[in-house]
Ligand binder design. Structure first.
Ligand code: SAM
Length: 213
């Protein structure tokens, strides 16, 4: 299978026509080998226009959603970013192409083991995966220039708002348990501006400041 060709087609048919414009984001999506972040049995489907199962009842997000959420962070290259919901590690790899340091939190150990192995073998040494409840964030490494929540949450957890740097951006799917809206918050001093962008569907964010199990 020519995965480079499948990746080019994904960018040209799924991302560019839907309005992804940031050159650096498109280059990262062209570069990161998404097929290595799913099980071998579904590798041939890695570049399809959909989320795919990664085990433990979780999913790797649709390529367009990964590109859109990444673009919304407006990364320039020198940022420290927190991801909540490592899953396969794919979104973390895309972020690692675009920011200086990526901290990624996941609550399911089995996913962490696989994600760490993939990221290590691909040479992403600027990604740090932490096991824990990401709704509490990572106060010891805060503040973050960007925070991305890749699971659906009833509201943006207060600890994550507090851990956002002044001028920082947070992107999250906010809403009900089965469907959400993509929201972008920007922090200016003590104030937050809020944009509601597009409907989306994510698995639930489970934790102290998210959904209960
Ligand atoms: N970003 C991932 C990727 O690129 O494969 C996809 C994330 S998947 C849609 C959502 C992930 O969030 C799941 O792996 C789930 O276990 C994780 N999750 C849910 N609640 C969490 C929490 N409180 N802290 C950390 N991770 C959480």
């Amino acid at each position: 299978m020519d995965y480079d060709e499948l990746r080019r087609t994904m960018v040209e048919t799924q991302l560019v026509p839907r309005g992804i414009k940031d050159r650096r984001v498109l280059e990262a999506m062209l570069k990161v080998p998404r097929h290595l972040f799913v099980d071998e049995s579904i590798r041939h489907r890695a570049y399809e226009d959909m989320a795919l199962p990664i085990g433990e009842g979780q999913t790797i997000s649709q390529p367009y959603m990964v590109a859109l959420m990444t673009e919304l962070l407006e990364l320039k290259g020198d940022e420290r970013v927190l991801e909540v919901g490592t899953g396969s590690g794919y979104q973390a790899a895309v972020l690692a192409e675009l920011a200086r340091e990526v901290y990624s939190m996941e609550r399911i150990e089995a996913l962490i083991t696989r994600a760490r192995e993939r990221l290590r073998s691909l040479g992403y040494d600027n990604v740090h995966i932490i096991c824990g409840d990401g709704t509490r964030g990572l106060p010891e490494k805060a503040p973050f220039d960007g925070i991305i929540i890749t699971a659906g949450t009833p509201g943006v957890p207060e600890p994550l708002k507090a851990q956002l740097a002044d001028g920082g951006t947070l992107v999250a799917p906010v809403g009900g348990r089965f469907s959400q809206q993509l929201v972008r918050l920007r922090k200016k001093g003590a104030d937050f501006s809020e944009e509601y962008l597009t409907p989306c569907v994510f698995v639930p964010l489970i934790g102290e400041y998210g959904w209960k199990e």
